[in-house]
Design a protein around this ligand. Sequence first.
Ligand code: S3P
Length: 435
Amino acid sequence: MEQKKIAPLTRGLTGRLRIPGDKSVSHRSVMFSALGRTPVRITNFLHAADCLSTVACMKALGATVEMVNDTELVVTGRGLHGLQEPDVILDAGNSGTTLRLLMGLLAPQPFNAVFTGDASLSKRPMGRVIKPLSQMGAKIVGRKGNTLLPITVCDPGTKLHGMTYESPVASAQVKSAILLAGMFADAPTTVIEPVTSRDHTEKMLAAFGVATEQDGTAVTIRPVADEEYVAPEAIEVPGDISSAAYWLVLASLVPGSHLTLENVGTNVTRTGILDVLAAMGAHIEHTNVRTSGGEEAADLVITSSKLHGTTFGKDMMPRLIDEIPAIAVAALFADGDTVITGAGELRVKETDRLQAIADEWNKLAPGSVVAGEDSLVIHGGMTVQCADVASYGDHRMAMSLAILGAAGQGVVLGRPDCVNISYPTFYDTLQSFMD
Ligand code: S3P
């Protein structure tokens, strides 16, 4: 489908909605289970293109994956040292998490593996992972001076060396890659981040018997012995707050809404959007608070309200990095200006999201957005019209533009199918609010 028309909503969003599984947790559940020796039953798995890229890679590395149904699978590995040299090229597709975490996992292995990915992933910076892994003794080569796909991870010929690495970026993908490599190193490995990023790796490794130590923004992992690594019988993936984000914003904006989002992961390293929306005047209540697979989860009840602009920056960024496009929709309909700083990482996501937000929002509300090198200023409360807009093949841009159209005067969205990367049922759910 080349273009999709999204109509304006004519009534508030009501009822209950179950949010699909968390993408970050789904990736990790398959990767970590593939290092165990016993079967792990994974439920509420996100059946979307990115996570299926991870499944295909782990199968190629020797894990057994049985799909019970769309959202349930059983993964059985061959032990911590049981991965096998793949006889195919590992295709990470659009998924930065698949590629960066697997580089860390494969760097210490006594075999070679070759990675490819789609056009978007082939432009994204991989030096941020290759450089620290190489400092540990990994042998990784890639295009453009070992910074871009295609990438080959070679047998290092010896154990990797534990080290302390001060990362210039707050990135869970970088942190996780180094920690995974650190499990196989000859001494403890510490990653220090400028601001703490999402901690799903640390939380899930704990469920496999692997302890990490957190000290401020530093995380340390020790070499892990075979017998220490014990797979749990089951992992329940909580719902993805990054997918919930679209409904949190849309229900806040559309008058008459009273919507319950069931089973949303509320790990504090991911809940920046709840803090920002609250600061903008949103009404979001937590009910049924619990833990799901070692992660906090809750049902979130949103009641529409008038929003106003806000300001946030670098310290908040890792807690809402993927939600900036959705927050930028809220900001467009809010009263007053929203100023977002310290957001340079958005330029190296699936597309340059700072530029994409400025270009597309300005088609719908001319003069509403100014993008700086690492910032966005969004003038809220301007007249919003219908326009042809581009998703750039970026799932989060597509879904944000769709809710922008639904809250405003509609959009005609180019390359809409990319929502399959993280939320294949997104348009069906949006349609259910229109019927
Ligand atoms: C992710 C980390 C974040 C996020 C991405 C998923 C993860 O990326 O944007 O969607 O699962 O670790 P960075 O670590 O590059 O910030």
